[in-house]
Unconditional design. Structure first.
Length: 275
């Protein structure tokens, strides 16, 4: 009986020890949290922190562009009509060029239109055109690219904040210089992404419309105006040629006199031989 009671006592003692040791070991393990080993891990943690709160849905980011080419009977009237559409839709003429080819006179316009007025502007231009030689309208969805740039920008900003916190605690000059170097690199990346985001937002907010319109020079008009001008040009050309010939003769008069004297003596000599 003594051995049996002793055996039960040992079992109870061991079970009690195990119950007291387990909580203490769990407390020690849970009190430590390993920091991220590198910058990519820190970046992923920052992304997780950003993804945690529910963010509002970002509206679609669409880049719209159009290229138009058509013929017109009156360049000035067409330009005035386009300018009225520009004013009505709060657009701006970015480039304006005109010129003349062999058989037509043309004018090219590059116009920036607010995206919300893009369709209304195209409709206003199309009303006075019988047909388009070229009418290309394109749209590009850049929502995913916009979200990606925004996410990367926020991640870089959080990383910059962490380095600034570390910089406040640094004491060695070597550590301070190294941290400032990292901050400078991150700042350049932030500015580059801000520039990309600003450019993307500009293209989304304002659409680009290129318009080329021209007037063909009629062949009959060319014939009517060219016959008289050709005759007058021929008369002038003949007069100028005759004047140049006379001037050239006058300019070589000494040689003509010498030639005449030389020819006179030769002729006189031949006459003497005949006698």
């Amino acid at each position: 009986m003594r051995y049996i009671f002793f055996f039960f006592f040992v079992l109870l003692t061991l079970s009690g020890c195990n119950k007291h040791e387990e909580p203490s070991s769990n407390l020690i393990v849970s009190s430590f949290k390993l920091p991220p080993k590198n910058e990519s891990a820190a970046s992923s943690d920052a992304k997780d922190e950003m993804a945690a709160p529910a963010s509002p849905e970002i509206p679609q980011k669409i880049i719209k562009e159009a290229s138009l080419r058509f013929e017109t009977d009156n360049l000035e009237d067409t330009f005035n009509r386009i300018q009225s559409a520009v004013t009505l839709n709060k657009a701006t003429i970015q480039n304006d060029s005109e010129g003349k080819d062999y058989n037509n006179i043309y004018r090219n316009l590059t116009i920036r239109v607010p995206s919300q007025n893009f369709d209304a502007f195209i409709n206003a231009i199309s009303k006075g055109v019988s047909y388009f030689e070229r009418k290309d309208i394109s749209s590009q969805n850049v929502t995913e690219q916009y979200i990606d740039l925004t996410s990367r920008l926020n991640t870089k900003r959080k990383l910059e904040e962490r380095y600034l916190q570390i910089l406040q605690k640094a004491t060695k000059i070597s550590e301070i210089l190294e941290i400032e170097k990292q901050i400078s690199t991150i700042r350049e990346e932030i500015e580059a992404k801000q520039g990309q985001l600003k450019y993307l937002e500009s293209r989304v907010s304002e659409s680009t419309v290129t318009i080329e319109f021209y007037k063909t020079i009629a062949q009959k008009e060319g014939v009517k105006t060219s016959y008289g001008s050709k005759i007058w040009a021929a008369i002038q050309s003949g007069f100028y040629s005759l004047s140049e010939f006379l001037i050239s003769i006058i300019s070589v008069w000494p040689f003509i006199i010498v030639f005449c004297i030389f020819a006179y003596f030769i002729r006189k000599r031949f006459k003497r031989k005949k006698k």
